[in-house]
Design a binder for this molecule. Structure first.
Ligand SMILES: Nc1ncnc2c1ncn2[C@@H]1O[C@H](COP(=O)(O)OP(=O)(O)OP(=O)(O)O)[C@@H](O)[C@H]1O
Ligand SMILES: [Mg+2]
Length: 376
């Protein structure tokens, strides 16, 4: 396996020749994107999505927990349906299947860290360390911390001689599971690599912003948070609530089926007269719960580093909920709120403009992991 952690690099590195396939196996649907580099531009060659709900006795838009065999079968069908063939394939690993921690360690050099980190990681990893694959990366010191005293008059947090290291752990069983999906789904391409999904999202979404940015991926079953500061991830968190909880609440409050509630939520969103008001009534409460946890996570970071996030970027299917920016803005009054579009730096056919603009938040992970393939 290649490195689990990647800094956000530009997409115009040496890269693979030929089309690269990016795969995001979400809890509610699989997304695939085929990208190719042509004349120094990244071009969209193909894309597709397949809902997993109906393959596991659940509805479209509902989170599933399918067997490896069923996932492989669904992915194989999706690739067949889209007619995708690729020279190289990359798969994103769900954030919830990984453990990502920032630890403060003495600045003892890489060799020492290599032996120190597995020992240190035992404090954070709840299973025997021999059962996980570990990767780590030294976080560059924040520019603001290089000054003896911050502009705010607050002393820098870190003591001299300490460094921050981001450590990723993935259970070997999870890697085995993805290896077998790769094999059974007959994934095209010479080699396949894995990456934790938030790194894929960030590659596709966050530009060269140096100010602290929060990326919120609202999936079906969970919401993933990543805090990027001075160009690198410095914090992450997962909340076990997502878009399906809004649908479930709407179905209960209106006494309608999940399918019907999902249809209303996706069509009306939180705007419009009657239906929009019904969706708003339930979504407001659920999003408030998600946002409260998000604000707590952000405030911890802001307090620790005497900084303030300037921007919140929303992705994932949940970010397509009409009117969501306004609700999120209530929790982040000093930051700007945007819906992330992973296709902005990708050349796409004009006739797909409207469709892709609609779908784009869902495809952040798939585009991001394919971009990694073009960089490698
Ligand atoms: N137009 C829309 N308006 C509101 N919600 C939407 C819309 N389209 C999709 N969603 C919601 O987005 C969610 C699915 O998002 P996404 O595809 O990002 O999830 P996933 O990647 O499968 O899940 P996870 O990341 O949690 O594993 C569903 O709850 C669905 O109802
Ligand atoms: Mg997802």
């Amino acid at each position: 396996m290649t490195s689990l952690l990647e800094s956000i690099k530009g997409v115009l590195g040496a890269g693979h020749k030929g089309p690269v396939l990016g795969i995001d196996i979400g809890s509610s649907s699989i997304k695939v994107v085929l990208l190719e580099k042509a004349d120094e531009k990244v071009v969209l060659r193909n894309y597709g999505e397949l809902a997993l709900g109906p393959r596991g006795g659940a509805a479209v838009g509902q989170a599933t927990n399918l067997s490896t065999e069923k996932i492989s079968e669904a992915l194989r069908d999706l690739l067949k349906e889209t007619g995708i063939t690729a020279r190289h394939t990359l798969i994103a690993i769900p954030f919830s299947a990984s453990l990502l921690t920032v630890v403060e360690l003495p600045d003892v050099g890489r060799k020492e860290l290599d032996s120190m980190i597995p020992i240190e990681a035992r404090r954070y990893v709840p299973v025997p360390i021999t059962e996980v694959s570990l990767d780590w990366w030294i976080l560059p010191r924040r520019k603001s911390e290089e000054r003896p005293v911050l502009a705010t008059g607050v002393a820098p947090v870190k003591q001299i001689g300490k460094i921050e290291v981001i450590v990723a752990a993935i259970h070997n069983e999870i890697i085995k599971k993805y290896e077998s999906i790769k094999r059974d789904a007959q994934i095209p391409g010479e080699a396949s690599h894995f990456e934790i999904e938030i790194f894929s999202t960030l590659r596709a979404i966050v530009g060269r912003d140096m100010a602290p940015v929060l990326v919120v991926d609202i999936g079906a079953g969970s919401t993933k948070l990543a805090l990027v500061d001075e160009g690198v991830v410095r914090g992450s968190h997962v909340i076990s609530m997502g878009g399906q909880d809004i649908t479930l609440a709407l179905a209960h409050s209106q006494g309608i089926s999940f399918d019907k509630a999902e249809e209303i939520k996706c069509r009306a969103g939180m705007i419009g007269e009657e239906e929009g008001r019904d969706v708003l009534a339930v979504a407001e409460l659920l999003l408030a719960n998600i946002m409260n946890e998000t604000v707590r996570f952000v405030e911890n970071y802001e307090r620790k580093y005497s900084t303030k996030i300037t921007k919140v970027i929303l992705v994932g299917g949940g970010a397509r909920l009409k009117g969501i920016e306004k609700l999120v803005a209530q929790s982040f009054s000093t930051a700007s709120i945007a819906i992330g579009n992973p296709f902005v730096r990708v050349d796409t056919p004009a006739f797909l403009d409207t469709t892709l603009r609609e779908l784009s938040p869902n495809f952040a992970v798939a585009v991001g992991v394919a971009l990694k393939g073009l960089e490698e």
